[in-house]
Write a protein that binds this ligand. Structure first.
Ligand code: GRF
Length: 206
């Protein structure tokens, strides 16, 4: 099995990226992070990438540029780097259709709620304000919709009486740092099998 070449997309602090990189360094994820891509040159996660010796590429969207043209620029780099898997880790732009279709079931995303509940932005706040007793996080493949792709892994986080949206978000983030590396581990071992909307994790060595 070849080591998967991964591109990680961030827009901000990059804590999921760091959790993933940690598992790559330990050899638990059989992948190589070949590039960190950000739409925001001020993303704190870029600093970490540089200090870890990982290549970074900033793609700021030009005002007059279409979504398609913007993502074509990124695709050129990904193809040059022979990227096998794309890891969205807090990336704040919606991908173009063409981009998604170039990497079917090879783009992963983490969402800080139990999908299909609370898709979109500020998911932790949405869940908190709705008053649910349990929320959590979801790793899923990316399809054409926003946060609608087949679910790979989920983790539950109870909402406590004295929570606010921030304490809840912090506890969800801890779980994100567990399930995202796990899902990527499976992905890099070719153990994820998609059948319609269902994703099966095949046993090791199967
Ligand atoms: C996480 O809450 C993730 O679920 C969401 O964006 C946030 C990114 O955080 N998609 P970080 O940049 O990985 O720290």
């Amino acid at each position: 099995m070849n080591t998967k070449r991964l591109a990680v997309f961030i827009s901000g602090r990059g804590s999921n990226f760091r959790a993933i990189h940690d598992k790559v360094k330990k050899g638990i994820i059989r992948g190589k992070i070949v590039v960190i891509i950000s739409d925001n040159s001020a993303a704190p996660g870029l600093e970490y990438a540089r200090s870890a010796g990982i290549r970074t590429a900033v793609f700021e969207k030009k005002r007059e540029e279409s979504r398609d043209a913007y993502f074509e620029r990124i695709l050129t780099l990904l193809e040059r780097e022979s990227v096998d898997g794309i890891v969205l880790a807090g990336f704040m732009k919606v991908l173009s259709r063409n981009f998604i279709h170039r990497y079917p079931n090879r783009i992963l995303n983490i969402h800080p709620a139990l999908l299909p509940s609370f898709p979109g932005v500020e998911a932790q706040k949405q869940a908190f304000e709705y008053g649910v007793k349990y929320s959590g996080c979801t790793v899923h493949f990316v399809d054409d919709g926003v946060d609608t792709g087949p679910v790979i892994l989920q983790e539950i986080v109870p909402v406590l009486e004295d929570d606010d949206e921030h304490t809840l978000a912090d506890r969800i983030l801890e779980k994100e740092h567990t399930i995202y590396p796990k899902a990527l581990q499976y992905f890099c071992e070719d153990r994820l099998e998609v059948q319609g909307r269902r994703v099966f994790v095949r046993p090791e060595g199967s």
